[in-house]
Design a protein around this ligand. Structure first.
Ligand code: NAP
Length: 293
């Protein structure tokens, strides 16, 4: 078993991004600039947004956070997004999910200009991705592709099983792995909550990508020897043993599954860190007008 080490790989990417950000500064006369909007006080969201802001500073980007209480109306939030869309000093705009029930995540992601949609959730970016055209790729799947490339993991001709079909991870991941690209060229199976006997499919996976949000869902009897496993799950449980007061678990029973895997991502220290790299690379690409000149 070998570890797909998100900590090591993400640090390497951050160094490259910092160099390119400094170059971009000379070209465009300012730092690449990411704006994040956070509504409410969800513990996980607070942590993720803080980490995104911190990483921006570390690579020499400007970052701005707008915070709102959950009483903000959908119309008010959409108006703020419109303002940021036309601000020429902003390269990327993300709205942290989940949003309160009275605000439609679909309306929000459609309102963000696709040219600033560095989370890659806008239908224009998703459509362009599907057609293999330049686009902002959804940050988590993008980070996973970068990880697979970095470790030289062969994907062409492999059977990739994706468990979970969310708009932000499972669904775009399945499209990316099936694309005629590298990484890609897999035969892809997508499993979800209505799939009977998931084990039948996971047992045949050469590459298994799991994003469902259920601690230790994938057990050792569900995978074959030599599988490559990407564990996207981030299941937070309170803990008295950690400084933060919680502990993260993946969707894969790491302890028992890892001995059968050729490669596997740990949680934490795997995909989460690569998601940030996807976001930073999209923001840099936006600042340099690489996707939408
Ligand atoms: P999500 O919106 O929470 O949806 C869960 C998906 O899993 C759905 O497609 C659902 O199927 C499927 N599912 C749920 N229970 C299942 C079961 N028992 N068997 C098979 N499929 C099942 O998904 P998400 O937003 O992608 O999040 C998934 C996990 O990834 C969460 O733990 C989240 O925190 C984590 N995450 C991590 C990162 C990162 O950077 N590491 C980024 C994003 C998300 P249906 O469609 O049929 O309901």
């Amino acid at each position: 078993m070998q570890l797909l080490d998100g900590k090591f790989v993400s640090e390497k990417f951050k160094q490259q991004i910092a160099v390119e950000a400094a170059e971009a500064f000379h070209e465009i006369g300012r730092k690449p600039h990411l704006v994040a909007i956070l509504v409410g006080h969800d513990g996980g969201s607070e942590t993720y947004v803080a980490s995104k802001m911190k990483n921006c500073e570390e690579v020499g980007f400007k970052s701005t956070l707008y915070r709102y209480e959950t009483i903000i109306t959908e119309a008010e939030l959409l108006k703020k997004i419109e303002e940021i869309n036309v601000d020429t000093t902003v390269d990327g705009l993300i709205v942290q999910l989940p949003l309160p029930g009275h605000i439609s995540a679909d309306k929000v992601s459609e309102k963000i200009s696709h040219e600033k949609d560095v989370d890659g959730f806008h239908p224009v970016n998703l459509g362009r991705m599907q057609r293999n055209l330049p686009s902002f790729l959804p940050a988590t799947p993008y980070g996973i592709l970068l990880m697979l490339s970095e470790y030289g993991i062969e994907t062409a001709g492999k059977h990739c099983v994706v468990v979970g079909r969310s708009n932000i991870v499972g669904s775009p991941m399945s499209i990316l792995m099936a694309r005629n690209a590298n990484p890609g060229n897999c035969t892809v199976t997508v499993c979800h909550s209505r799939t009977p006997d998931i084990k039948k499919f996971t047992l045949d996976a050469d590459i298994l990508i799991v994003a469902i949000g259920k601690k230790n869902f994938i057990t050792a009897d569900m995978v074959k020897d030599g599988v490559v496993i990407i564990d996207v799950g981030m299941n937070r449980e309170t803990s008295t043993k950690t400084k933060s007061g919680y502990k993260l678990y993946g969707d894969v029973d790491f302890e028992n599954v890892a001995p059968k895997a050729l490669w596997i991502t740990p949680v934490p220290g795997g995909v989460g860190l690569m998601t940030i790299i996807g976001l930073l690379k999209n923001t840099l690409g936006s600042a340099k007008k690489e996707i939408y000149p």
